[in-house]
Write a protein that binds this ligand. Structure first.
Ligand code: F6P
Length: 547
């Protein structure tokens, strides 16, 4: 089928889905399950070791058929091929989108501007592996000859969230004799706390920034250099032993004073939020070792291949992306909760927030016209079971529909008595309670006083996906991240938006640059903002004068 430039609400499948929605909007999951005793096995897919149960979604076979048609009519097949081929599908920045090349096996060929990029990817991986091994073994010494015991990644957005998430997720596999910390916020507290109790002589900074111009990162990097040199006697030569850079911008790295032989490169075809498996993952590799890092890349690649080659009705990321569109655009669900029942995945929802919302928070279609439907839902979440004692009340009994993704593992990395059975019982129970609820009759049958019955009724019919995998390994993490990356891609393709730019972050950056001198100048500045902003600036300046 030819890709379309039609607006999404002009597509046949979209209109069929709108009509179909009217027919099934009240249909209860209780009925869907009662009518089809095999539903719980039938609406499942297993791919690359991830098992997805999507039976507790408010869909029929007809819904699925229409959603797959929507994917076809939107040109998803062609878009997938275009991405994997290295076409410049990030049109507003005229860039290829090739995070899939970061995990392509050595012999693969992916050509950008006439050049196969896979050998470069592997050359950087080899350089990272060599460096990581030297740091881990103690062969890489600090300026005073002491070995490096602390690694601090300085970066923000995609240059921070992936490394933090991966470090937390894979802590079980990490070198426990070393300390890993992360500085992102320009709030000095972040830096102060990150270096608290650390010895400059034993501390390595990885300055991670695709552009090497980001205000927060450069401010923190300069402070890091002062802190480091301050503790090492001030000799500039110490920088080479305590600072490495991860960037696409060699000239800025050099200007900062980091020897480019201590720079780990990546490329403009890697988006910041798609970069945790590039050199941006250097801190991850030092923490878990090169073999584990490569296992993670292999996990990514397995999911890439599944996404690229599997028919849409059995394709995990496609199904998850289509379901997200179904709730977002037809049920009007504005958010998706991601609920990992795995403590190590505590930063996974935060990581997904950038991946999903910076990618699909767009109001303009590829052709520049305003989109005709709602795009990117808000992704949020916390690990279970903690969330159960906080916000689940609203998911169960509130007035809003919140589709949930539950994530759990058959095996824990920390077997302790009954903990894991209790954990898994909770995840299964939550999905069950959300779907089937508790009727007034059931509540009454428990001798509940009449006035209390409505308060204790659970309507149910609240949809969820359950994703299960054997164990949280580096490989599994790669698969999970790729699953969401490609789900985001699927959603963006349906909405016909550019999921790979982020112009929406620019205005605030520019305004901050204008305000900084207005806060710092000795002379009273002439303020030409709105009256609120002018007043806030004056308030702050007045307070500073009292110090
Ligand atoms: O927030 C905007 C953004 O450009 C993100 O897309 C990116 O991940 C982050 O800033 C950091 O950018 P850089 O790696 O260039 O410092």
């Amino acid at each position: 089928m030819e890709p379309t430039t039609k607006s999404v609400n002009e597509l046949r499948a979209w209109n069929a889905l709108a009509a179909h929605y009217q027919n099934i909007r009240e249909l209860h999951l209780r009925k869907l399950f009662a009518d089809d005793p095999t539903r719980g096995q039938r609406l499942t897919v297993e791919a690359a070791g991830l098992f997805l149960d999507y039976s507790k979604n408010r869909i029929t076979d007809e819904t699925l058929k229409l959603l797959v048609q929507l994917a076809d009519e939107s040109g998803l097949r062609e878009r997938i091929d275009a991405m994997f081929r290295g076409d410049k599908i990030n049109v507003t920045e005229n860039r290829a989108v090739l995070h899939v090349a970061l995990r392509a096996p050595k012999g693969a060929s992916i050509v950008v501007d006439g050049q196969n990029v896979v050998p470069e990817v592997h050359a950087v991986l080899d350089k990272m592996a060599d460096f990581s091994n030297r740091v881990r073994s103690g062969a890489w010494k600090g300026y005073t000859g002491k070995r490096i015991r602390n690694v601090i990644n300085v970066g923000i957005g995609g240059s921070d969230l992936g490394p933090v998430m991966a470090y937390e997720a894979l802590k079980h596999y990490s070198e426990r004799a070393m300390t890993f910390r992360f500085v992102s916020n320009v709030d000095g507290t972040d830096f102060a706390e990150a270096v608290y109790g650390l010895e400059p002589a034993e501390t390595l900074f990885i300055i991670s920034s695709k552009t090497f111009t980001t205000l927060e990162t450069m401010t923190n990097a300069r402070t890091a250099r002062e802190w480091s040199l301050g503790g090492l006697g001030g000799d500039e030569k110490a920088v080479a032993k305590h600072f490495v850079a991860v960037s696409t911008n060699a000239s800025e790295v050099e200007k900062f004073g980091i020897d480019t032989s201590n720079m780990f490169e990546f490329w403009d075809w890697v988006g910041g939020r798609y970069s945790m498996d590039s050199a941006i993952g250097l801190s991850t590799m030092i923490a878990i070792g090169p073999d584990n890092f490569r296992a993670m890349l292999d996990g990514f690649h397995q999911m890439d291949e599944h996404f690229r080659t599997t028919p849409f009705d059995r394709n995990l990321p496609v199904l998850m992306g289509l379901l997200a569109v179904w709730y977002n655009d037809f049920f009007g669900a504005a958010t998706v909760a991601v609920l990992p029942y795995e403590q190590y995945l505590k930063r996974f929802p935060a990581y997904l927030q950038q991946l999903t919302m910076e990618s699909n928070g767009k109001h303009v279609a590829l052709e520049g016209n305003k989109v005709s439907c709602d795009t990117g839902p808000v992704y949020w979440g916390e690990p279970g079971t903690n969330g159960q004692h906080s916000f689940y009340q609203l998911i169960h009994q509130g007035t809003r529909l919140i589709p949930c993704d539950f994530i759990a593992f058959y095996q824990t990395l920390n077997p302790l008595g009954r903990h894991h059975d209790i954990l898994l019982a909770n995840v299964f129970a939550q999905a069950e309670a959300l779907a089937f609820g508790k009727t007034a009759e059931q509540v009454k049958a428990e001798s509940t006083p009449g006035w209390l019955v409505p308060h204790r009724v659970f309507e149910g019919n609240r949809p969820s996906n359950t994703i299960l995998a054997e164990r949280l390994t580096p490989e599994t993490l790669g698969k999970l991240v790729a699953l969401y990356e490609h789900s985001v891609f699927t959603q963006g393709t349906i909405w016909n938006i550019d999921s790979f730019d982020q112009w929406g972050v620019e205005l605030g950056k520019q305004l901050a640059q204008r305000i900084i001198p207005e806060l710092e100048s000795k002379e009273k500045p002439a303020l030409n903002h709105d009256s609120s902003t002018n007043n806030l600036i004056r308030q702050y300046r007045q307070f500073k004068e009292t110090l």
